[in-house]
Design a protein around this ligand. Sequence first.
Ligand SMILES: NC(=O)c1ccc[n+]([C@@H]2O[C@H](COP(=O)([O-])OP(=O)(O)OC[C@H]3O[C@@H](n4cnc5c(N)ncnc54)[C@H](OP(=O)(O)O)[C@@H]3O)[C@@H](O)[C@H]2O)c1
Length: 258
Amino acid sequence: MSDKYTLITGATSGIGYELAKLFAKDKNNLIIIGRDKKRLKEVKGEFEKINSIKIHFVEADLKLEASVEKVIKFVDENSLTVENLVNNAGFGSFGHFHEVDSEKDLDMIKVNIYALTRLTKSFLPKIIELGEGGVLNVASTAAFAPGPKMSVYYATKAYVLSLTEALGEELRDTNIKITALCPGPVKTNFQSRAEVVKSEKAKKYMMDAETVAYIGYKGFLKGKLIVIPGLKNKIMIQALRMAPRSAIRKIIRGVNTK
Ligand SMILES: NC(=O)c1ccc[n+]([C@@H]2O[C@H](COP(=O)([O-])OP(=O)(O)OC[C@H]3O[C@@H](n4cnc5c(N)ncnc54)[C@H](OP(=O)(O)O)[C@@H]3O)[C@@H](O)[C@H]2O)c1
């Protein structure tokens, strides 16, 4: 058993939980991050039974700079080697920009952008030194378009995709894996937390977290830079690439309706 670890943010539910399970099944030691200590303990107990892997957890609210530093300090102080970093934690907000609570949007930028960047800055140089492993960032199909009524969320995911693509190109001639996982709507707590209400018709097109994580995990292992789970999502992104921006904005505005 190696002493290398996969660090996963937001491993307590949804896509992050399913990704953590897949890494655990492949005998990767884990460092799982979330805000809910009780849930982190439960996940640790559950995954320890899958394989005799080592699991640490850090209770951290990633909207707080001090908590992000606490994660980095924990890894340093325990002399752990992070081989894979999975930046999954994130959330959204729904509504017109001028109506959404300012604190909520700024907290989203801290989690979706600041924490992801700080953790990558901290761990990627060591992963490069190690010569193996990589960074799996959970973006979204939202990364490919402006998002009226979810404007800040879409913009944060555009940042994640842009950063990931740039890192992928910088590290193209290395063994390091860099992946942006770009799911469309997924059945998780995300929708209720963002206060997005999907129509019954739209709900039918939502993928489950297990499938999305599996596709993302396999794509990461293969060293794919951008992974878009689901044929419908792939077709939609191709269509977006060809459509004029003015049309895209209108379409997304129509889609993002309560
Ligand atoms: N569901 C979708 O439709 C969808 C589509 C595309 C992309 N995504 C992206 O997928 C990622 C995972 O979301 P999900 O759908 O799996 O939603 P989820 O079930 O709500 O899971 C979000 C995870 O992020 C963690 N998290 C949220 N805020 C945090 C904070 N301040 N500090 C630390 N951890 C925090 C949560 O942990 P605690 O609450 O325990 O702290 C939870 O484990 C997100 O980046 C999201 O943007 C989701």
